[in-house]
Design a protein around this ligand. Structure first.
Ligand SMILES: [Fe+2]
Ligand SMILES: [Fe+2]
Length: 139
């Protein structure tokens, strides 16, 4: 079941919203790669793409917050670090599966898959609702 964008998640800041939509797409690509019998390399690439774009987006948001002298900058940045750490943790067992054989088709153990899917269901959405929406009045 893919994540679907909804207008209620809009911060009204064009670049942030388009980044979030793109992150939804990248999350959905990871989920598809997780549930189908693709080469493990495809899944690993999808996770890398998500992690890279996430870092890029967080850096962008943090720069905006600094420029705006946003009062809750430290808390928001801390939340970003936690999100990156959480993604790293669920990605780890999957990355360890590769063992230099990333091109073989290798079923991801249910536990690792459930952890990744479970996190990505709410990972970004909760952050948008809890932290990013507060930027609406500031930027
Ligand atoms: Fe964001
Ligand atoms: Fe954020």
């Amino acid at each position: 079941m893919p994540l679907v964008w909804r207008d209620a998640l809009s911060t009204g800041y064009r670049q942030i919203d388009s980044d979030h939509r793109h992150l939804f797409d990248l999350i959905n690509i990871v989920e598809v790669a997780l549930t189908s019998e693709h080469a493990l390399s495809k899944l690993l690439n999808a996770i890398d793409d998500l992690a890279a774009y996430t870092r890029q987006h967080f850096t962008f948001e943090e720069r905006l917050m600094l420029d705006a002298k946003y009062a809750n900058f430290a808390r928001h940045k801390e939340a970003h670090l936690t999100l990156i750490e959480q993604l790293k943790q669920v990605a780890k067992p999957i990355q360890e599966l590769a063992h230099g054989e990333a091109h073989t088709t290798l079923a991801v153990p249910e536990e690792a898959r459930d952890a990744m899917v479970g996190l990505l269901r709410h990972w970004l959405v909760d952050h948008i609702i809890k932290e990013d929406m507060q930027l609406k009045s500031v930027l």
